[in-house]
Design a protein around this ligand. Structure first.
Ligand code: NAP
Ligand code: COA
Length: 272
């Protein structure tokens, strides 16, 4: 079997693909020949990303959708299917995060993250399934170390991302018979992203985090994108239901002092 990372003619959809890690993933698939569609809430971010993807040589499109709104997501994904056909790869990565101790979370604050990360993932899974190439499609949920490493000030995120990983594992069972693979990728601390800005807001904390990564550095969106290329390619053809940390070993180190740092910072500035 010839093994290739050429995605020419393949259709890749990245939900939440208009900034940070997910945009990096979309751009990497574009440079490997794929047709790429992205979606998120803000029209200007969608437009900017589609322009960048086209500059990389990809046939690209995008639509505006909030993953909390099932019908809007369905309509947007249908426009992608109408133009590009069956989806070969779906990356679901829309998420929200802010550090807050559980005692400082309102019911609505907890719900907002559950709605985006967990219900949003379910909405994406439910909506893309009829549009996937069967057999052969690869579905990748973007999770987080909080799914299996408890962290202070992250009860909402821990609960939501643990749920995301269980959706991954359950759908690997339910969809396997149709030749669809489902996996989670768990980024570690990724430099220059919104997630890092919210959890590690200054250079001192960034350095502390980098030192706590066994490989001694922060990650890049391309580190995460390379894992997605692998999972979506023939190289990953027998991989399904796995939760794959791409974190330089950070989660093996219980994510260093992140929990203590977040807990102390949130206690100093509740509701910030
Ligand atoms: P980011 O730049 O804020 O990316 C989030 C993306 O999702 C954006 O495109 C955003 O665009 C979109 N989005 C947010 N809420 C949405 C909603 N309700 N409906 C549709 N789209 C929505 O964040 P990031 O730091 O790169 O994180 C990307 C993913 O990696 C997330 O799943 C996160 O949990 C995971 N992760 C990140 C890190 C890290 O170090 N950054 C570590 C572990 C895991 P709009 O604002 O236009 O909606
Ligand atoms: N501490 C405590 N509560 C907070 C908070 C914080 N730092 N930030 C928001 N909240 C609460 C709000 O007060 C509100 O609760 P309330 O109605 O009881 O007052 C609730 O969370 C929802 O906030 P709202 O701003 O209306 O939600 P939204 O749906 O517009 O935005 C968020 C969702 C809050 C997750 C927002 O940060 C977001 O859009 N994030 C996307 C980008 C991101 O987080 N990227 C990193 C990915 S890892």
């Amino acid at each position: 079997m010839a093994i290739t990372l050429d995605f020419s003619g393949k259709v890749v959809v990245v939900i939440g693909g208009t900034s940070g890690i997910n945009r990096g993933i979309a751009e990497l698939f574009a440079t490997h020949g794929a047709k790429v569609a992205v979606a998120s809430r803000k029209q200007e971010k969608v437009d900017d990303t589609v322009t960048a993807l086209r500059q990389l040589g990809a046939d690209a499109m995008g639509f505006v959708a909030d993953v909390r709104e099932l019908e809007v997501l369905e309509a947007g994904l249908q426009t992608v299917h109408d133009r590009f056909g069956d989806f070969d790869v779906v990356v679901s990565g829309a998420a929200g995060n802010f550090p807050a101790l559980a005692n400082d979370l309102s019911g609505n604050a907890f719900k907002s993250v559950i709605d985006i990360d967990l219900r949003g993932t379910f909405h994406v899974m439910k909506t893309v399934y009829p549009l996937l190439r069967k057999p052969g499609a690869s579905v990748i949920n973007i999770s987080a170390p909080q799914a299996f490493i408890p962290m202070k000030a992250q009860a909402h995120v821990c609960a939501a991302k643990a749920g995301v990983d269980m959706i991954t594992r359950t759908l690997a069972l339910e969809w396997g018979a149709t030749g669809v693979r489902v996996n989670s990728v768990v980024p570690g601390p990724i430099d220059g992203t919104e997630g890092m800005a919210r959890l590690a807001p200054d250079e001192k904390i960034r350095s502390m985090v980098a030192r706590s990564v066994p490989l001694g550095r922060l990650g890049t969106p391309a580190d995460v994108g390379n894992a997605c290329l692998f999972l979506a390619s023939e190289l990953g053809s027998f991989v399904s239901g796995t939760i794959l940390p791409v974190d330089g070993g950070w989660s093996q180190n219980s994510c260093g002092n992140m929990s203590e740092y977040l807990g102390n910072a949130a206690a100093r500035t509740p509701g910030s």
